[in-house]
Design a protein around this ligand. Sequence first.
Ligand SMILES: CC(C)(COP(=O)(O)OP(=O)(O)OC[C@H]1O[C@@H](n2cnc3c(N)ncnc32)[C@H](O)[C@@H]1OP(=O)(O)O)[C@@H](O)C(=O)NCCC(=O)NCCS
Length: 221
Amino acid sequence: MAVHLWSTSLDSPANDLPELLSTDELLRLGKISHARARQAFLRSRVATRRVLAEYLDRGAGNLVFAYNRNGKPTLADDAQGIEFNLSHSGDMCLIAVAEKNRVGIDIEPVRKGRDYHALANRFYTPDENQLLDSSADEALFYRIWTLKEAHVKARGLKLMEGLDRFECSCTDNGTLAVVDKITERREAWAQRQWAFAPGYEAALVVLGTEKFQLSHHRLET
Ligand SMILES: CC(C)(COP(=O)(O)OP(=O)(O)OC[C@H]1O[C@@H](n2cnc3c(N)ncnc32)[C@H](O)[C@@H]1OP(=O)(O)O)[C@@H](O)C(=O)NCCC(=O)NCCS
């Protein structure tokens, strides 16, 4: 199966097109008081609409989103089974698109010099803390975080429900493996991780399959 990963910069005003947003999106936009967060919401929503419109052969402003109880957006009236998820951080926005398989994507900036051990003590399992303590790699904290969050987002859960549930361990080849501690059952999923751009870690999870082909596309701004 194929997954398309779209990336775009949130620095460009090319996606400043509020006329493409729905009434509820405009309402949400109006409630975001922090200017940069407001801009990121507008630009990432417009970028997502432009990307999805290509698959559906519809106008970007004509797409209708539905939300699960935790806020995961899906296409409300799509017969093709297009699944998507997005993540934005700093000037980066990633949008993952698949047909029929649910996806979760996360990108986070690696903040140098942060006391990530305190955060890990609070949010990570004892085994994950041990893994972090045995490594001098600051990015490992973020690799664990993004992978957990991508698992949470693929299933449309809440982050706080998933930090304990999806436990990361290190495999022999240095990649991270994940165990779902609630179901124990090894349901089919596939995952990928990268240092997506200098200073950023990203993870992608696809449910219902054990492998996928990934292609990367840039949304021009
Ligand atoms: C989903 C969640 C993990 C996102 O975390 P984040 O690192 O801040 O944000 P990201 O940039 O990676 O992803 C945000 C995007 O994911 C999508 N999203 C929102 N909720 C989602 C969920 N539960 N699952 C999957 N995707 C979700 C949206 O498209 C959102 O973009 P938007 O806010 O611009 O619409 C986090 O917000 C969460 O746990 N939400 C669950 C509901 C909740 O707890 N709400 C209380 C907030 S006060």
